[in-house]
Design a protein around this ligand. Sequence first.
Ligand SMILES: NC(=O)c1ccc[n+]([C@@H]2O[C@H](COP(=O)([O-])OP(=O)(O)OC[C@H]3O[C@@H](n4cnc5c(N)ncnc54)[C@H](O)[C@@H]3O)[C@@H](O)[C@H]2O)c1
Ligand SMILES: O=CCCC(=O)C(=O)O
Length: 486
Amino acid sequence: MHIANYIGGEWVEGDGAWQQDVNPSRPRHMIAEYRESSRRLAGQAVEAANRAWEAWSSTPAPTRGRLLLAVHARLAAHRERYVDLMVQEQGKTRPEAEGEFQKGLNLVEFFAGEGFRLNGETIPSESPKTLTYTLRQSVGPVAVITPWNFPFAIPLWKISPALVAGNPVVFKPASYTPAIAAQLVSDFSEAGLPAGVLNLILGSGREVGESVAADERIHAVSFTGSNPVGRRLAEILAGRPVKVTMEMGGKNAVVVTPSADLDLAAGGIVQGAYGAAGQRCTATSRVFVHEEVKDALVERLVRHVEGIVVGPSDDPRVTMGPLISADQRDQCLVYVAEAAEAGAQVVYGGRALPRDGYFLEPTLVTVDDSRLRLVQEEIFGPVLALLTYRSLSEAIEAVNQVPYGLSAAIYSRDLLETQLFIQRVAVGMVHVNNPTIGGEAQMPFGGMKGSGLGPREMGHEGTLFFTETKTVFLDYSGQPRVSRIY
Ligand SMILES: NC(=O)c1ccc[n+]([C@@H]2O[C@H](COP(=O)([O-])OP(=O)(O)OC[C@H]3O[C@@H](n4cnc5c(N)ncnc54)[C@H](O)[C@@H]3O)[C@@H](O)[C@H]2O)c1
Ligand SMILES: O=CCCC(=O)C(=O)O
């Protein structure tokens, strides 16, 4: 398959180096090829969005919402195509790909309805015969920069609210998943989106991503990706007034208390740590278990992990697919080797599979030293560190002692323990007796500290990011203003 940029309603070939898009389960299987783009083409994509702004922002919001409903219908009609692409291009197992597909549809459905809810407020004025209210207006052309791990749902959770709020989009997807991105843009276009309202630009983050984000004609940047890239982008964007939302990595923890249902906890931890081969921003990466129940929990975890079948994601027997690249797999091995050298115990896994494809065994490591990189840094692979604690306060402090703050979970049957955890844990999303993963279209999604910058995504808050508030003072008294409040 050959893929290209989509600029101003035309498919436009890149002008840089050729790139191959391969299947991480079978790296010799090429899915697509495309040419990277230059800054010049990125500028053309921004210009196309800029030209489309006036007409798109003047289109009534409910009409924009209905267009998203037409997109929803097209996506639903292409379900098999998307699920296959997620399996082949990203390496999700079929059930995982189906889950992401459904989440993407829910997001489009929710944001389509936002076309009826882009209301401001009427607010009482201090002055007589004065109507004061707010309007929600479009921001302008926006940059959407996305990672490869949720190549269907994440673009949809950014593009849909941006469009419904009246903003044209320049979409820069991750280089590992360009085929899904091109299919998405094609479906938006065929659903009737006017030319220039959604533009796709393929290429490297450094070249194309930076140049789109830094372009003065871009009024908002919505980025999801790693913390180092997010920080670099934030520094670049700090030089000019632009709205920014960044969702970045996580180092998500589960706390298991002595009152927990240990079978439930073990199942949830395994789902959170090894689902999608640990390549989720919300993946469970640390477990803090009370020392009284450590052995019982480890025994259950090992039993679950032994049941995981690693292999090519298109094999229906497989329950854990590959990592996205050889580099990603090798980086996981470095974390494990470093921890083992420092005295941590590899209880299960820790090896790459000796076959084509970027496979790693699900890995469980028990650790005493929470300063290890394995415990502090985002790994983005199927590697779980398990530590013990004596008091819940100590556990919460340990959960918070990382540079990230995305998601956390507690397994407990004690209401007071649970409430203490919810109040004190420094994360954007807390789960009780549930894995650290997941989110719903109508709920704010995002994190604190190194996990997020700016407003949350998804939910109504996610839509409001893509709007400007205009405050209106409408004086119908015909008299000079009497208010003494300025
Ligand atoms: N918090 C969340 O909602 C969330 C969701 C999914 C993934 N993530 C994070 O994403 C990361 C994995 O994805 P990734 O490897 O694609 O991340 P990444 O940071 O390498 O890349 C993300 C996107 O940014 C682009 N990019 C790279 N350098 C850039 C630059 N200098 N300027 C502008 N754009 C640039 C990339 O091409 C890609 O499109 C993990 O850290 C994961 O936790 C976070
Ligand atoms: O990788 C980030 C998105 C994670 C997510 O949506 C989920 O956990 O379901």
